[in-house]
Design a protein around this ligand. Structure first.
Ligand SMILES: CC(C)(COP(=O)(O)OP(=O)(O)OC[C@H]1O[C@@H](n2cnc3c(N)ncnc32)[C@H](O)[C@@H]1OP(=O)(O)O)[C@@H](O)C(=O)NCCC(=O)NCCS
Length: 492
């Protein structure tokens, strides 16, 4: 397949029995339409000898090689280590832009003019207050509730505040035709998400929630967030500009990363036309998993465990003998240095100049230096990813470990909303409607490998084979339940 996409229109697929099928090559990346595979029918025999004919489907657990949408938001070339938002290199955006501007770029496709940026910022920053019932709801969580769980639950609860903006309760195509309604949800979500995150943090540390700053014109998005996290009784509290800038850069590099697991979840949920609060809560749920948003925390734990530069070789031996994994290294898409890791490595030094050098960084830099020269990592194309340095910056800034997934989720909301917005445009576009499935609810296929035809068993038949042992159905009880376990004996 060396021709350009424009030259290649069809592939001819030949089955072992020499039947030929014309498979359409889709514009964009070289991709075939999976639906075309259904025209190929394969004949075979079941275990009991019946002849069957079945349509071919593609089988791709883990989505290793399946595209599920067209997108113009983020471009990644994993072999060359390139990341661009709407065509702009991530390095230039991190150096010359700011998070709110980048969020605008991701959602609307262009960098804003000065007037657009002013209005955009004003709209978002005047939607930072959350309803008092949501604050009460957050106060009802356990004292030690994980901030990310509180965030997910409160974001989902936000949908109850805006029934008029809920397609389930109004009209299914509410957002497809009413761009004002669409934008209003974007302002609300981007405006209120940092407030919810800050309340979750304050809850966790046992301090009263702060309201957003009233003088928002003088505060950036990240400054307002830091203000809500850290203000005590000062009436004029001002966060450190260096930390606010570092957080802004962290927010830019985390804002989107095409169809990663949480963004795919966002697309999946929004294909049902569910309201965007519920969809963002669902996407955040995917990000909370240790294999997605948990790696930066794992890096810090790993560096703490290594403890000193002279223990690096011993650790690397463990990695190479596969008893350990070098966290923050390797990536499904990048087979080169992750460009975000390069940016953050430089930024770490700027943060240390403000807050003092974190001793873990010396271990990290030396660990990276030795790993990228080692045959094990070179041959497998394993390089530092974004999480290798982000955790160290969070730690140096004094964020507790359980805030790390939330610090990742907050900026990623811009990416999720960009994909929401794009999928709504797809819905409207007549051109896109010609792509099979583009406007449909996302519904994966499975290959069924279980029993097909069974009769309800008699009691004797059922009792004769027990597949799950009774022990497996028992659960563990807290000490409280153990204390309550009877029958109680009389004291002698
Ligand atoms: C991100 C990650 C899941 C990508 O996995 P993947 O693309 O499916 O790659 P694989 O797991 O197939 O790994 C390919 C090979 O590299 C090895 N490898 C991958 N990442 C490794 C790591 N971090 N440390 C040590 N070995 C690693 C695998 O053991 C495998 O070796 P093998 O060919 O001898 O079996 C994986 O690199 C990883 O677990 N990294 C650490 C966690 C992390 O930083 N996650 C954040 C990602 S942004």
């Amino acid at each position: 397949m060396s021709q350009s996409n424009k030259e290649l229109r069809h592939l001819i697929l030949q089955t072992p029995s020499k039947e030929e099928h014309k498979i359409t090559v889709h514009d964009g990346d070289v991709a075939i339409l999976a639906k075309d595979l259904a025209q190929i029918k394969l004949r075979g025999f079941t275990k009991d000898g019946k002849e069957v004919e079945k349509q071919v489907t593609s089988f791709d657990p883990g989505f290793m090689n399946t595209a599920c949408c067209e997108s113009t938001i983020t471009y990644i070339d994993g072999d060359k280590g390139i990341l661009r938002y709407r065509g702009y290199p991530i390095e230039q955006l991190a150096e010359r832009s700011n998070f709110l501007e980048v969020a605008y770029l991701l959602i609307y496709g262009e960098l804003p003019t000065a007037t657009q940026l002013d209005t955009w910022k004003e709209r978002i920053m005047s939607h930072t207050y959350i309803h008092v019932t949501l604050m009460d709801y957050m106060k009802s969580f356990r004292y030690d509730a994980h901030p990310m769980s509180m965030f997910i639950a409160t974001m989902a609860a936000m949908s109850t505040e805006y029934p008029e903006s809920n397609p389930t309760l109004t009209r299914r195509d509410l957002f497809e035709f009413d761009f004002r309604a669409r934008n209003q949800q974007i302002f609300r979500i981007l405006g209120k998400a940092p407030t919810i995150a800050a309340c979750a943090y304050r809850h966790r540390i046992g301090r009263p929630y702060n309201y957003p700053t009233e003088s928002f014109r003088g505060y950036s998005y990240t400054e307002n967030f830091l203000y809500m996290l850290d203000r005590l009784s000062e009436s004029d509290y001002r966060p450190s500009p260096a930390i606010a800038k570092a957080l802004d850069v962290l927010f830019i590099v985390h804002a989107d990363h095409e169809l990663n697991c949480s963004t795919a979840a966002m697309r999946h949920l929004t294909s049902t036309r569910v309201d965007p609060y519920t969809a963002v809560a669902g996407a955040a749920g995917a990000l909370y998993g240790p294999l997605h948003g948990g790696a930066s925390e794992a890096v810090v734990r790993m560096l703490e465990e290594i403890g000193s530069v002279d223990r690096i070789d011993e650790f690397l031996e463990g990695v190479k003998s596969k008893t350990r994994r070098l966290m923050g290294f390797g990536h499904r898409i990048y087979k080169n240095y992750d460009p975000r890791a390069k940016i953050l490595k430089e930024y770490a030094e700027k943060v240390f100049a403000e807050v003092g050098r974190d001793p873990l960084v010396d271990i990290a830099v030396e660990l990276e230096r030795r790993a990228i020269q080692d045959e094990y990592f070179v041959s497998r194309k394993l390089y530092p990813n974004v999480d290798f340095y982000s955790g160290i910056i969070y730690r140096a800034c004094g964020f507790p470990l359980d805030m790390y997934p939330l610090l990742f989720a907050l900026p990623r909301i811009a990416g999720w909303l960009a994909h929401w917005y794009e999928s709504l445009r797809e819905e409207k576009s007549a051109a896109k409607a010609s792509i099979p499935g583009a406007t449909h609810v996302m519904r994966a296929r499975q290959t069924y490998v279980g029993d097909i035809d069974k009769s309800f068993p008699t009691e004797e038949e059922r009792n004769s084979k027990q597949s799950i042992t009774i022990d497996a159905l028992k659960t563990y009880h807290s000490n409280l339940s153990k204390r309550r376990k009877g029958p109680h004996k009389e004291l002698a």
